[in-house]
Design a protein around this ligand. Structure first.
Ligand SMILES: *Cc1c(COP(=O)(O)O)cnc(C)c1O
Length: 412
């Protein structure tokens, strides 16, 4: 039976029957890149997301969480249009610095930072989002020994999470952040140790499509930041409100209503408690900025039948695009939007299953999907590949060729 797939983002159009990305034909892009498998990222789409954010969320800083996509040419151009880059390892920190970001605009979160990572961040002048009191003491010790003033923010483990968000990272016992009730004491400790205390980082979830759930979490975040500041007796220079803006991947999902979230956030900030009067606010986004701008192109190398079912076997797979295979945190596998890029817009004729080249039954890119009839040599496009594609896939697994990457839409 045919299984549904998510909607292809409306920006993608056909040019002479072939999918166009950033106004250029997919087959020509693959040729220019030197083959497939290939990720193509359209910077123009990212720029439009940033503009959409800017016009809705006036006065709020926008950070890009780079773990969604660390392709360096993309990072370089995104860096210029956002206010900060959020990183989660020393490797990502160096990638952010190499992209041209000022150290003061980089914040480094993540549990399990080693002394070497803390040292590198403190030397560079990057803000550390502290995940525990132990980490705070290690950072203070390192700063003292190196004669530096560390820039330190506290990641708070809030006692709530975004309702229905794809991934829960707040609420209850968690490896992330410091439990809210212990945060005021830690703020005082940092201030007394004469660290440069930057404020709070409160991240309550990811992949939220429900505006009301996000609104509720943002309001709770502002209230929590104010309560912690009151109890600490210090106002936070910056409150990072987290992010969690989702994109629709699957059949039946609807885009997040950004205008509604923004209107409610402005209302909540206008009425914020006095202690936050001079604080700055930031939202950190990965997926929502870059997810829809990426397409994974992979070529059909075999077409076969098994028990009457057509299988399209491609030269890529889950080692590059784990999420589309359903093996990145999904309980039940559902289809990402996929198409035959070289027959884009043609009428669907057959129900086929698209599998990758890995020797495991987990490697599926499209399960019982309706497609135009495709042959060996045709290109398959997997959409929504701009976030958590290559940066979140086990590329070394089975030793196939690495994926190529390409940036279009930069206007030069
Ligand atoms: C992963 C992560 C993000 C980005 O999440 P998206 O769902 O890609 O927007 C933001 N903040 C923190 C702390 C994260 O760990």
């Amino acid at each position: 039976m045919t299984k549904p797939m998510g909607a292809i983002p409306a920006e993608f159009q056909a040019e002479a029957g072939v999918l166009a990305i950033g106004g250029r034909r997919a087959d020509a892009l693959a040729e220019e890149a030197g083959g497939t498998p290939l990720f193509v990222y359209d910077f123009e789409m990212v720029r439009r997301r940033v503009e959409c954010f800017r016009s809705a969320f006036r006065g709020i800083n926008l950070h890009y969480a780079i773990k969604a996509n660390t392709y360096s040419p993309l990072l370089k151009v995104i860096e210029k249009i956002v206010d900060g880059l959020d990183v989660a390892s020393e490797g990502e920190m160096h990638a952010a610095l190499a992209a041209g970001a000022d150290a003061a605009d980089i914040s480094f979160a993540g549990p399990g930072k080693t002394d070497a990572e803390l040292e590198a961040a403190i030397d560079a002048g990057v803000t550390l989002n502290l995940e525990s009191e132990g980490e705070a003491e290690r950072a203070l010790g390192i700063a003292r020994r190196r004669g530096r003033r560390a820039r330190l923010a506290i990641r708070v483990n809030p006692d709530f999470e975004i309702r229905g968000s794809g991934m829960r990272m707040g609420g209850g016992a968690k490896p992330f952040g410091v439990d809210a009730e212990r945060v005021p004491a830690l703020v005082r400790r940092l201030v007394e140790a004469e660290a440069d205390w930057r404020g709070f980082h409160i991240f309550a979830g990811s992949q939220a499509l429900d505006a009301d759930a996000l609104i509720e979490a943002q309001r709770a975040t502002i209230a929590l930041a104010a309560a912690l500041a009151e109890r600490a007796g210090h106002a936070p220079p910056l409150v990072n409100l987290g992010g969690g803006f989702g994109i629709p991947y699957f059949a039946g999902e609807r885009p997040l209503d950004i205008e509604k979230v923004a209107a409610s956030l402005h209302e909540a900030l206008a009425a914020r408690p006095k202690i936050l009067a001079d604080s700055g606010f930031a939202i950190e986004l990965g997926r929502w900025l870059v997810g829809e701008a990426g397409v994974y192109l992979t070529r059909i190398v075999d077409r076969k039948q098994s028990h009457g079912k057509p299988f399209l076997v491609v030269d890529g797979g889950m080692h590059h695009q784990l999420a589309a295979s359903g093996n990145f945190g999904q309980v039940v596998r559902r289809n990402y939007p996929v198409t035959i890029a070289t027959r884009f817009g043609a009428a669907p004729e057959e129900e086929a299953t698209i599998v990758g080249c890995l020797c495991t039954p987990l490697d599926r890119l499209g399960d019982d999907v309706m497609l135009p009839r495709a042959e060996i040599g045709d290109l398959v496009a997997v959409f929504l590949a701009g976030a958590y594609g290559l940066s979140a896939s086990p590329q070394a697994f089975l030793g196939h060729r690495p994926a190529l990457e390409m940036l279009v839409g930069t206007g030069n």
